[in-house]
Design a protein around this ligand. Sequence first.
Ligand SMILES: Cc1ncc(COP(=O)(O)O)c(C=O)c1O
Length: 413
Amino acid sequence: MAKQTALRPFDEQIDRRGTDSTKWSSFDDDILPMWIADMDFLCPPAVVAALRDRVEHGVFGYTLEPKDLRDRLVEYLDRRYDWKVAPEALVFLPSVVVGFNLACQAVVRPGDGVLVQPPVYYPILAAPKNARAVAQHCPLSRSATGRYEIDFGRLEATVTNRTRLYLQCNPHNPVGREFSEQELRRVAEIALRRKLVVCSDEIHAGFVFDGRRHTPLASLSPEIEARSITLTAPSKTFNVAGLHFAAAIIPNKILRERYVQAKRGLVSSVNALGYAAALAAYREGDAWFEDLLAYVEANRDFVVDFVRSELPGIGIGPIEATYLAWLDCRDAGIPGDPYEFFLREAHVATVPGAIFGSQGNGFVRLNFACPRATLVEGLRRMRSALREWQERPASDLVDEATAVAWHASRVAG
Ligand SMILES: Cc1ncc(COP(=O)(O)O)c(C=O)c1O
């Protein structure tokens, strides 16, 4: 059952149109955007205040990192994940996508192998090729309940003598897993035995539900820490993705120097507003975030209940983490691509599952980090579109080709 929440501030529906928001300005106004991973909430008041102060100064020349930022992020990692890192282990970056691409550049030579676990955030799939390396796909396995797990047998079988890097996403986008400590220990054991470097994208680490606590892979032992590049950012947790601040945590000095070398000449410093927002978020954002997490977790419960009871034929597995729902539409009888179907028939923009790898064919990803009223509106639209299709007259029950044509004629109309 959905939990009750009385957290009114997050109920406010803020008009983001006209702000050049990627989420809201990429589709026509009649489309409800529930796709790209940012939230339709104000960011913490402390962040807004810090940005206001910085903007009111009025001069935006080249900038150093704020004096306190390293210490505040180090404290944050200790407080939230019980992980103690030295301030010098941090390398500040403009984005996590830049972060894992740099990891490939720093660790692999052309032709080397990089392990990835589809279905997974699509820039992760693309990163090995950007470094002229080979993406070694090691798909997650999916159980009948829709829960995904690391397929360790397959993982072991996929590693070759050319494999250098294990590029993981934890919490996992789009399947919503927070890998357990036991799973992470097995990953670490393989990485150590096969002498792999691990790059762990932990950008969604804030959104871990049901009282779980995120475990950074690198925090498991000094040995795995020495082979790890961990990527973190305030962008999901505090909704400041447009300000472009992220950090790579690389405790091993030699690995860090290779990383910094790869960055030279390509990636310059973070922008002044990104720094100001990060400092305020790590210093003062905890209480705001606890309230937000409760709200988003209640949205998670609502989505799971709604999909299971109101969207026949659509599967949804347990969502342990992230604010993304991974919807299996393969048994819903939808004609053609479910992304196209929900866009045209429900006027809801999701993310097509196929871009996360072929394992995502027939799936869509839905972002539920929005006010409850927006979420209800989107899910109701999807329910109506699905009902209309599923309850069409028996005389319309035809083969797939005719079904696709029916769909296409409505799109054209
Ligand atoms: C797993 C994952 N990594 C990275 C990013 C993007 O991070 P950034 O905007 O810092 O490049 C996203 C955004 O959705 C994501 O889901």
